[in-house]
Design a protein around this ligand. Structure first.
Ligand SMILES: CSC[C@H]1O[C@H](OP(=O)(O)O)[C@H](O)[C@@H]1O
Length: 345
């Protein structure tokens, strides 16, 4: 069962509207790059690789809109398009990585006409999407080597097919273990406040009959303490060259408990999530989102009007809490800095 999170066809970008899952399956259609900017900001589409591919297709839609201009005006407008999309969400480096790949295409083909550049950009957007699926399946296979024949796995947020073009990163490891015949069981953190675990990971796993249970975030520590969890695997939004990793808020806390009880704690992420320009997690910008995400659930107020909320969307797990980083090129073990820098192409 394939979940195609996004698809570019008929000169439009089609996105599963993840704000509506699991109660309704709806498609959000992006006709222009500002639609993509909105879709990323409002988390119609979310998850580092998925917003990387969507941002790239946003550049394609910008080129569609401006390809009638003369070259000079076209190139100027395309800079505006990249700048707008780059600012849609600050933490997941895949967004900037996807847009940079499109900027490189424009630079490499700047002698061509705007219409010809548009065609090249469409090709590159499709390359990014196709590559992502292959990357996730390769990552899943490497990650599966770390999963015992019988294992109870805990995961946080959604690092599944819905966070990528298809198949997922952390859930890609879980899928690979399940489809290879291993006897696995998954505990799914609901993941306050946006509830990606409850709404999205649960939806993915039950659709494929992967044995699982949903827990509130605060249950995880007791399960870990009581020896009920064999390993933890989560996604990532930005990895520093020393291995410090930004991921959904609550990940850091999980890593502390995992370390305390000596449970393997894995990050599953493509190489495109590594930011080779930063040395430590201290340099990662953490997105802060609206108070309403904390004070409301499904639009219903759950806290008094007088109270404000603090709503960081991510936190940073220090590399010393991470057992290994699973990538499409293999498993990165400590010393992370030495082994990550070897991957810089
Ligand atoms: C495979 S990357 C998934 C990563 O992205 C999620 O954040 P968000 O839902 O806010 O885009 C979360 O950090 C996941 O681990």
């Amino acid at each position: 069962m394939e979940i195609k999170t996004l698809e570019f066809k008929d000169e439009k970008l089609y996105l599963i509207d993840q704000r509506k899952l699991p109660n309704s399956f709806e498609i959000f259609v992006c006709e222009n790059y500002t639609d993509v900017d909105f879709a990323i900001k409002d988390m119609v589409v979310r998850g580092a690789p998925a917003i990387g591919a969507s941002g790239a297709y946003g550049v394609v839609l910008g080129a569609k809109e401006y390809k009638h201009l003369d070259k000079k005006d076209f190139l100027e407008k395309m800079k505006e398009v990249s700048n707008t999309l780059n600012k849609s969400r600050p933490t997941a480096v895949n967004l900037m990585w996807g847009i940079k790949r499109m900027e490189n295409i424009i630079e490499e083909n700047k002698e061509l006409s705007p219409v010809e550049i548009y065609e090249k950009l469409k090709e590159e957007g499709n390359n990014i999407a196709k590559e992502d699926v292959k990357i996730n399946k390769a990552m899943g296979e490497y990650g599966n080597t770390l999963v015992p024949e019988k294992a109870t796995i805990l995961t946080h947020c959604n690092a599944g097919a819905l966070a990528t073009v298809e198949y997922g990163t952390a859930l890609g490891v879980i899928r690979s273990a399940f489809y290879s015949g291993k006897d696995i069981f998954v505990y799914v953190d609901e993941t306050r406040p946006r509830l990606q675990g409850a709404k999205l990971t649960s939806w993915e796993l039950v659709k494929e009959n992967i044995p699982c249970k949903l827990i509130s975030d605060s249950v995880a520590a007791t399960l870990i303490r009581d020896g009920k969890i064999d390993l933890i695997v989560v996604g990532a939004d930005r990895i520093a060259t020393n291995g410090d990793t930004a991921n959904k808020i609550g990940t850091f806390m999980l890593s502390v408990v995992a370390k305390t009880y000596n449970i393997p704690f894995y990050i599953a992420a493509p190489i495109s999530t590594i930011d080779f320009n930063i040395e430590t997690g201290k340099e990662i910008v953490i997105e802060e989102r609206d108070d309403e995400e904390v004070t409301h659930i499904q639009g219903v107020r759950i806290a008094p009007e007088e109270i404000e909320a603090y709503n960081p969307a991510f936190d940073v797990t220090p590399n010393e809490n991470i057992t290994a980083i699973i990538t499409e090129k293999g498993i990165i073990n400590p010393p992370f800095k030495e082994n990550i820098l070897k991957l810089r192409s």
